[in-house]
Design a protein around this ligand. Structure first.
Ligand SMILES: *Cc1c(COP(=O)(O)O)cnc(C)c1O
Length: 375
């Protein structure tokens, strides 16, 4: 058995090498490195994949969040509600734009924003909510959108970890993560469910006027060349990345199924005392960008060391909540405690999950975790 990896990008590439090489070579031969035909083609594929009305591609998932917040007209001093158990991007962009993050705790079962606490965090200065569909499963969007509409707040869905996840509301009308709120954003960082060979990102919306503004902001705020209607940024998905993505998006459904199969194998750990497998919300499918367990009784770090000692990598997503980070602690000047987020940072561990995982490796990992808990 060769080495177990957290992600296996080389293995994934080798399976579609001929197709990807051909697409890359074509892009290089055409040499339209910015805004080549591949960009529009991929953007159209992504649009039909997610059944979104509009897709604007950009340079990365963090830029996508920034462009989204600029397009929604958030102004310095405006308050934005954001979960504290999170990847840094949304909080970072909020701070960069002079907005004020209002942190909110997450749910212990799904790791996603605790919608029950939303109303308590809303103030007269609140203008928006940025939710993250963490690890590959949608937040409780029906409840979130209901509250948002009532208080006239704009909602952005950070879909960097959940591309292809389906939201399943009570009426059964399924929609894709990223297409439910005012704007959705995603990332094509190599380890995401749809990853390119560098950086890339995209923005979804069903609002045509907003789509136009998003497109212009991503392109220096210009509609026509050298005429700038908005303060914008320079954020483009380059042609070569679009060429790779244009091939890989055809396999995204297959990739998702494999991730779900890996997760189903890890679910065999369910009956271990002291380990909690990831909960599945009834209102969402799960595309498992990560398979994240909770380890009770302060044993998480010991388990991680034990796995490392046996050649099994694992990751802690995330070791520290945003409200305790040096860069953002000033936004929590009252020293509010977010008990679930703080506890999760000590309990979570993400196991290797990717599209090239073998049953042999999975069995090895599952057996070692069982052995650890028997000791
Ligand atoms: C990866 C990720 C991002 C950032 O994407 P980049 O393309 O690296 O800028 C944002 N939010 C979440 C939840 C992510 O996982």
């Amino acid at each position: 058995m060769d080495n177990i990896q957290m992600v296996d990008l080389k293995g994934q590439y080798l399976k579609i090498k001929d197709e990807v090489d051909m697409a890359l070579l074509q892009a290089v031969e055409r040499s339209i490195f910015i805004n080549g035909a591949e960009v529009k083609m991929f953007s159209d594929s992504l649009k039909s994949f997610c059944r979104a009305e509009h897709v604007v591609t950009c340079a990365n998932g963090t830029d996508a969040l920034q462009i989204a917040m600029m397009a929604l007209g958030f102004k310095p001093g405006d308050e934005i509600i954001v979960p504290t158990f999170n990847y840094v991007s949304s909080v970072e962009v909020i701070a960069l734009l002079g907005l004020v993050p209002r942190f909110i705790d997450v749910r212990e079962d799904t790791f996603n924003i605790d919608d029950q606490q939303l109303e308590a965090v809303i103030s007269p200065r609140t203008v928006g909510i940025v939710v993250t569909h963490l690890y590959g499963q949608c937040c409780n969007m029906t409840a979130i959108m209901e509250i948002a509409r009532h208080y006239k707040l704009k909602v952005i869905e950070d879909t960097a970890q959940a591309l292809g996840a389906e939201y399943i509301p009570a009426d059964g009308k399924r929609t894709f993560a990223g297409t439910i709120a005012d704007i959705g954003t995603t990332s094509f960082f190599p380890s995401k469910n749809l990853g390119c060979f560098g950086d890339g990102g995209a923005i979804f919306t069903n609002d045509e006027a907003l789509a136009q503004r998003i497109y212009m902001i991503a392109n220096h705020g210009q509609g026509q060349k050298y005429l700038h209607d908005y303060v914008g940024v320079n954020s483009r998905l380059d042609t070569i990345q679009a060429a790779v993505l244009g091939v890989k998006i055809k396999y995204l459904n297959e990739y998702t199924v494999v991730r779900q199969e890996v997760a189903a194998k890890y679910d065999e750990l369910e009956n271990i005392d002291g380990l909690t497998i990831p909960a599945r919300a009834g209102y969402s499918s799960h595309v498992f960008n990560q398979y994240t367990c909770r380890i009770a009784d302060g044993k998480r770090d010991k388990l991680k060391a034990y796995l490392t000692g046996n050649g099994i990598p694992s990751m802690i997503y995330y070791p520290m909540p945003m409200h305790l980070q040096n860069a953002y602690i000033t936004y929590n000047s009252t020293g509010r405690i977010f008990p679930v987020a703080e506890k999760l940072c000590k309990e979570v561990i993400s196991l290797p999950i990717h599209t090239e995982m073998t049953m042999e490796k999975l069995e090895y990992i599952v057996e070692h975790i069982r052995t650890f808990f028997k000791k």
